[in-house]
Design a binder for this molecule. Sequence first.
Ligand SMILES: [Zn+2]
Length: 263
Amino acid sequence: MRNCDETRQWLDAYLDNELDPVNTLEIEQHLQTCPACSQAYEELRALGAALSTVPRYPTPAALRERIHSALLGEASAEAQTIPFAPAARPSWRWVTALAAMLVLGAMLAGALLFSRHQPADPNQMLAREVIASHIRSLMVSHLADVASTDQHTVKPWFDGKLNFAPPVVDFARNGFPLVGGRLDYLTDGPIAAVVYRRDKHVINLFVRPATGTEQGKFPKTASRQGYNCLSWIQAGTRYWAVSDLTPAELQQFMEIVRRSTPS
Ligand SMILES: [Zn+2]
């Protein structure tokens, strides 16, 4: 079952029919039971309908002529300098489309400014970011900037790259061998990613100093797109473990990391 924040984040995609069947069903179920989200959805749909009926104003003939000749001048100048430039014959459609886009942009900006904007839970935002970062690290095969199973190689690699020293310990004897380290960036600054493996599964352990604004109950769990995230704070440091391991396995990993770090 989805909560309101998650539902709101996916409403746009839902409206555009971009979600897979499972997510679509979950959103639909939530909308049926939640009047607030249901209203937000209706407003979004109304806005979309309004935007699709924005009138296209005809361009005054004189202005049209001037832009047209300017474009033709540019096109012929281009044709002279670039031997194989296509014979550009600027169409009116794109000028009209540009004007329509400007109108749409202004309307959207207005709609966003005046919508009752609820700030999302910072913890959820962070969980989303670290999960996205985890997925990125798997997709672009850029798991590690420094690939080594030796903590004495990985730990010094972070020196001078961050204004904090992330703890780097190899947990091979606990079944979580060290793979390497990576420097990543969240919207609020750089973060260390210490990479581990459990069999074929990759675990990104994101580490940075805890900020004063982080509050609530820890550990926090989140899951998205099949990945689980477990976050905790220990000795002034905030950790996020992200993996496709089960929550129970991540919990086990967290306990191992916790035991290795002095509180
Ligand atoms: Zn809701």
